[in-house]
Design a binder for this molecule. Structure first.
Ligand SMILES: Cc1cc2nc3c(=O)[nH]c(=O)nc-3n(C[C@H](O)[C@H](O)[C@H](O)COP(=O)(O)OP(=O)(O)OC[C@H]3O[C@@H](n4cnc5c(N)ncnc54)[C@H](O)[C@@H]3O)c2cc1C
Length: 476
């Protein structure tokens, strides 16, 4: 079937597809207030791909009284046009994602309508800027309401004026109220970007994390050391080389590089849909194996650096200590000392709810995997034990039941869900399956809390679907 020729034609297709699949169309939620102020049904914090995908899924289920907040400026949500230094996504280009499998909403449809089918066929991987453009188009065409430039702060419990559980959310524009909150706050959304303490202790002029904005032009002619051998480490090394660094050294902490991609293995429907329903033993076993391998770099990342003669790769290169000497950073590694002008750490994130302002009133009582499950000694991993242990609806669970029961109304979608559900929100390959699941967890709870009102509605329901001839009935 030929692809639509123009974006305008595609947009007409999207409108028609959304309408053709609009069943069931009946609204079923009633707007609430908290202390007289309007309350949203769902406030989504984070307007990256995860927040927008769940918002779209909610809208499809007629949950329209929602809002997505993002502290970033329009078009600057997530890594794609900010700290992401790859040229293209590592995901296969034909994956479905926030489209939730509606053909006209897929990346491919948008790409073909924007640049033509031949362009799509010639493209190997999706350039990150195009992915960002697609996400912006997606949220416009689906009508997902996003407000940029607003930062959400602490979440506290509240009650709607008719007695249902709700939240007050502090924001940079004043308080908001909502019945449910979805945290879609990205990689560091349930913790913080992390680097070894002795590197963090170096003066800022000597070090950065890959998630920071780095002045690479200032590294021209310098020796740059990068810690980590994941995709981001290689991307940062590549940019430093391209910007004219004298030498760039990537230090991999392990003895061998990670050259297989476990996320490729697990990209099949059974895993993506059902891993979250399996026993703790199996979830831990699979996900600790996957996350224990860490996500490696792809061929393109490697090719991008290896063509430079001033690039070096060091295995068993952990940075065990660091100091500044004669205006340079001296790193202690198992193979001796190494002196660099600048250090970049590609060491990822650490789960730590206490690091998040949104969770200031409940972080301490959010159950982690370490609270709920003790793996066999050979599978132990303290880093992964810090991941939140989520309910089946992707909401937080209490560490000590009864102290903060309201946290069951805060749902999570992002990398923090990985131990509980597999790569649910942290990667595009799972999104078409995981976003509707998270949305269903939210709608389930909205529905459950509305039982008395809905029952009263049912009892009062008197819309006739047939007019009976009462006089004739009486005569018979
Ligand atoms: C460099 C990089 C490359 C990646 N490449 C791929 C890839 O090729 N394929 C793949 O499948 N996955 C990839 N990922 C993983 C994942 O797809 C991305 O991290 C993706 O951005 C996750 O989407 P998200 O919506 O969870 O988070 P984000 O896109 O990071 O969006 C979160 C948003 O929340 C906002 N926010 C946070 N806190 C607040 C607050 N308190 N108030 C208001 N707003 C807030 C932020 O401003 C941000 O815009 C990559 C990740 C990185 C870091």
């Amino acid at each position: 079937m030929p692809a639509p020729r123009t974006l305008a034609e595609l947009e007409a297709d999207v409108a028609r597809d959304l309408d053709l699949t609009g069943h069931p169309r009946a609204p079923w939620l009633v707007a609430k207030t908290v202390g007289g102020a309007p309350a949203l049904d769902v406030l989504i914090i984070g307007g990256g791909q995860c927040g927008v995908a769940v918002a779209h899924a909610l809208k499809r289920d007629k949950v329209d009284n929602i809002l997505v907040l993002d502290r970033a400026d329009y078009g600057r949500e997530g890594p794609w046009t900010t700290y992401g230094r790859m040229r293209a996504l590592r995901s296969l280009k034909d994956m479905t994602g926030p489209d939730l499998r509606l053909p006209s909403l897929t990346y491919q449809s948008w790409h073909e309508a924007s640049f033509g089918t031949a362009h799509w066929e010639a493209m190997r991987f999706i350039p990150k800027e195009l992915w960002n453009d697609y996400l912006l188009w997606f949220r416009r065409i689906t009508g997902v309401p996003v407000q940029n430039g607003i930062e959400a702060g602490a979440i506290t419990p509240a009650t709607t004026d008719d007695g249902l559980p709700a939240f007050r959310i502090e924001t940079s524009e004043g308080p908001m109220h909502a019945r449910k909150v979805l945290l879609a706050t990205g990689q560091e959304g349930i913790g913080a970007w992390w680097m070894p303490e002795h590197i963090a202790a170096l003066p800022r002029a000597f070090r950065a994390h890959t998630n920071e904005m780095i002045d690479f032009a200032a590294l021209r002619g310098k020796v740059v050391a990068v810690l980590g051998a994941g995709a981001s480490a290689f991307d940062n090394a590549a940019v430093a080389l391209e910007e004219g660094a004298a030498e760039v050294h990537v230090f991999c902490r392990r003895a061998e590089l990670m050259v297989v991609q476990p996320y490729r293995w697990l990209t099949f429907a059974g895993f993506l849909r059902h891993m979250g329903e399996m026993s703790d033993e199996w979830r831990w076993r699979f996900m600790s194996h996957v996350l224990g391998m860490r996500e490696g770099f792809a061929q393109d990342h490697y090719d991008r650096v290896i063509r430079f003669p001033n690039f070096r790769l060091h295995t068993e290169g952990e940075w065990q200590a660091a100091r500044v000497e004669n205006g340079r950073a001296v790193l202690t590694t198992p193979r001796g000392e190494f002196t660099a002008d600048y250090c970049i750490t590609g060491t990822g994130v650490r789960m730590d709810a206490a690091a998040r302002p949104e969770l200031a009133h409940c972080a301490e009582n959010i159950a982690t995997w370490g609270d709920r499950y003790t793996p066999p000694a050979r599978e132990a991993n303290p880093r992964l034990a810090q991941y939140p242990y989520l309910n089946a609806d992707s909401a937080f669970v209490e560490k000590r039941p009864g102290e903060t029961p309201w946290i069951s109304g805060i749902h999570l979608f992002g990398i923090g869900t990985t131990m509980s559900f597999g790569p649910a929100g942290s990667s595009i390959n799972a999104m078409a399956i995981s976003a509707p699941r998270v949305a269903a967890g939210i709608t389930r709870n909205l529905f459950a809390e509305d039982m008395p009102r809905l029952y009263a509605d049912l009892c009062a329901y008197d819309e006739k679907q047939v007019e009976v001839d009462a006089a004739r009935l009486a005569a018979e």
